[in-house]
Ligand binder design. Structure first.
Ligand code: CMC
Length: 393
């Protein structure tokens, strides 16, 4: 028997030192490399934030241009990857496709296998970051049964993503600047969140020395769950199930009932015991985007706001410090942009990719890090002798 600290769910264990992201859970603060999230969301771009996370500092104009050129250089995927998609049934969940295809990239890039080389590490990071939209959009097109759209390097990161998602060879497609900016902001808000489940998965996987393509695929798998990145999809499903503002009190009661498995999706957070700062920004953006897209009196936004209002005034949620998290309003924006519910978590993965990659690079260059190997408290039977099959009752 070993004697170890018992910490299921790692509520009080710091697994690493990190320079990347700070969360002030009691104050509702989030910084990337010291910069507050509200300033980045309002003034920066996703590409710039990705540079900040990967390189540690904001780029100057020349560095940003060079970064943009390097990323656009890597947006294409090997043509044979189309065969991977064709192997999926048309109704495969896009997170299944993303997880599988990102992992498969490790079969293409043997030139970067030595991750002790800093050039290789950054090249892997650029390749993954650049290809996430291309792979995600291919999964989207596969779902729709439409032809894949190749990346266009003259477009912005989000413009290119929107073009690959929504353009068709048969018709003209114009990128809506409101959608492009809203998407850019959502991706900034998702870019990193220190040692959450998917990032910890990437660190644990990466600690074995595996390649970053395999590690990021593991991160995608962890993100998929409804308690993590899958919550944005679960929120919209929940709003659909509630259906009417009149039903809100009944669902609040269900969320409070310990015998009922129903939880208010998009509510609560392991670290924030205050309003999630990302949720405040998204809530505001949600109103602006819907107005600018000409969507007035959206019934699901109305429902979400009523749900939030009742929950925030209810002792159960107040006592447990349960506030809306980043996923509560993000789905409403994604839906307004024409993105189907089952694709929301893929959008989250695209946004989280620079954070995952920055965390992976920090891990593999940290001299204090060893292979991740949690211990356990054994609670099984005491030592006993094997009983041959013919003597077992
Ligand atoms: N609805 C109803 N009750 C809740 C909820 C909720 N959404 N979240 C927590 N609680 C209750 C929980 O039942 C427990 O009550 P009690 O103390 O009486 O047993 C108390 O609040 C503490 O909750 P917990 O489950 O111990 O907290 P946790 O830190 O283990 O879980 C969480 C955090 C985010 C998984 C959880 O709040 C949850 O399931 N929320 C809904 C799913 C969700 O929105 N996930 C997205 C998280 S943010 C995006 C991301 O990082 O991926």
């Amino acid at each position: 028997m070993g004697y170890f600290t018992y910490d299921p769910g790692f509520t009080s264990t710091a697994s690493c030192r990190s320079d990347i992201t700070y969360i002030g859970g009691d104050q509702g603060e989030l910084w990337y490399r010291g910069y507050p999230i509200d300033q980045l969301a309002e003034q920066s771009s996703f590409l710039e934030v990705a540079y900040l996370l990967l390189h540690g500092e904001l780029p100057n104009k020349r560095e940003l241009d060079t970064f943009n050129r390097a990323i656009t250089h890597h947006t294409m995927v090997n043509e044979s990857l189309k065969n991977f998609f064709n192997g999926f049934h048309y109704n495969a969940h896009p997170m299944a496709m993303l997880t599988g295809v990102v992992g498969s990239l490790s079969a293409f890039y043997h030139d970067t296998v030595d991750v002790n080389d800093p050039h290789n590490r950054m090249l892997c990071a650029y390749r993954i970051f650049a290809k996430m939209p291309t792979i995600s959009a291919a999964a989207f097109k596969h779902m729709l049964g439409e032809p894949f759209v190749y990346p266009q390097n003259r477009l912005s990161y989000c413009g290119n993503l929107l073009n690959m998602l929504f353009s068709r060879p048969s018709e003209e497609f114009e990128i809506n600047p409101v959608a492009e900016r809203a998407l850019d902001q959502l991706l900034i808000l998702h870019a990193d969140h220190e040692q959450n489940a998917s990032t910890s998965t990437i660190r644990l996987t990466g600690s074995t020395g595996t390649n970053p393509f395999a590690a990021v695929a593991a991160g995608c798998a962890a993100l998929w769950g409804p308690a993590h990145g899958g919550a944005n999809e679960a929120v919209l499903n929940m709003l659909e199930e509630i259906g009417d503002v009149k039903q809100v009190p009944r669902y609040i009661d269900k969320a409070k009932d310990k015998d009922d498995p129903f939880r208010l999706m998009g509510f609560g957070h392991r670290v924030y015991k205050h309003y999630d700062p990302r949720a405040s920004i998204i809530r505001k953006t949600c109103h602006e985007v819907l107005d600018e897209l000409g969507i007035y009196n959206d019934p699901q936004l109305e429902l979400a706001m009523r749900l939030e209002e009742i929950a925030l005034a209810d002792d159960y949620f107040v006592e447990r410090k349960l506030y809306p998290n980043v996923d509560f309003y993000s789905g409403i924006i994604y839906r307004a942009l024409g993105i189907p519910t089952e694709f929301f978590t893929v959008m989250f993965a695209i946004g989280r990719a620079p954070g995952w990659l920055a965390q992976w690079m920090e891990l593999v260059t940290d001299p204090e890090q060893r292979i991740g190997r949690p211990r356990q408290l054994y609670a099984g039977p005491s030592k006993r002798d094997y009983v041959p099959l013919h003597r077992r009752s």
